[in-house]
Design a protein around this ligand. Sequence first.
Ligand code: LLP
Length: 432
Amino acid sequence: MHDFRYVGDQLFCEGVSIASLVRKHGTPLYVYSQHTLTDHFQKLDKALSPLNHLICFSMKSNSNLSVLRALAKLGSGFDIVSEGELYRAMTAGADPGKCVFAGVGKTEREIEFALKQGVYSFNAESEPELARINRLAARLKKIAPIAVRVNPNVDAHTHAKITTGTYENKFGIALEKVEGVYARASKLKNLRLRGVQMHIGSQLTAVKPFELAVLKVLPLVKRLKEKYAMDFFSIGGGLGIVYQPALQSGSAGWWKSSEARHILTPQKYADRLVPLLQPLGLRVLLEPGRFISGNAGILATRIEYVKRTGKKNFLIVDAAMNDLIRPAFYEAYHEIVPLVRKGGRLISSDVVGPVCESGDYFCKYRPLSKVGEGDYLALLSAGAYGFVMASNYNTRPLAAEVLVNGRQSAVVRERQPVNEIWTGEKVAAWLK
Ligand code: LLP
């Protein structure tokens, strides 16, 4: 599962104690396990081995250069959504020929950049986008590889903010309209219709919605394959992970009820999907983000104050919603454990950050062991959509990131110097 565990009373990442890392590098501190990343990638890769396939790691979930480099070395491709992500992936040594470019709002500049680098495919989300890619490809005398993102209108039963596969949201083109879109796109001379893509949502903890979506889209993919000699079908990402240990009670996580029952293993996923996809004879692409990076990272934080007000016990920590926004934004559950395990009774606690918003909390009414000022906590499962969603709100510098590999550790991003936050800002001339 992952490589964060207690050795004696100390929380370790692989062979390194996290307490030793926070002493050296301070907090808030993201810590990633290379072994966990590798293990998750390889488990999925192996489960899909009966298929001609390519895993394109969804780098929006974690785009640290070392994380990308580790995955590129395993043969991973990348699901990218901006010029910045493509540039970043290439800086980490990724092959642009293994990158798929997604997103509803690709700008001209981004499309040109991706055309020049030679991405594997543009996953197009609208007809105006297809027209734009065609026009820019003609200008650069290139043929743009294209897949249209199909919206299968399948409910992924996940949080509303991360559901993408229904007609209620901005993504993809409705299933019934897709054939017409391909027919019109086939007349655009600088496009090559290379594949079909879909993605129904994120943090899915059951295989059923994936299966329903594949079954729904397959007949269309077969017809398109016959007509346009395509070579791939991307079934997107979305494989969920376990955030909440089955036995832990506490504040309501939004997938709480289903989480404990459905642990979506790569084998379960492959057992149901491989038989459907194999007869197709197309290369299958996958775009997992969270499944690979989610449980490969934690956020370590120091307790600054313990504040008791009436019946409540607040643990005020030095990490905040600007470092990890998921609890504030999605009411997401992250398990919280002390770096040094203690016995004794549990105390119902709210772990909160210093940001001036009441939404700046990591948990509410969570039974946690008694800890005090100067102790440290770890927010688990913070490797996906953690650091990448961080901001400088409240002029708080971005946290440092450390990668662990066995007994080695390396700072893979320095803590941001505070005055770097306002470099680029200027005082207007008339105020001087
Ligand atoms: N492919 C496409 C087209 C996507 O939009 C996404 C995620 C993925 C792949 C990867 O999904 P994953 O395997 O990681 O579930 N910030 C949210 C999640 C947003 C997901 C956006 N799209 C969170 O913290 O839960």
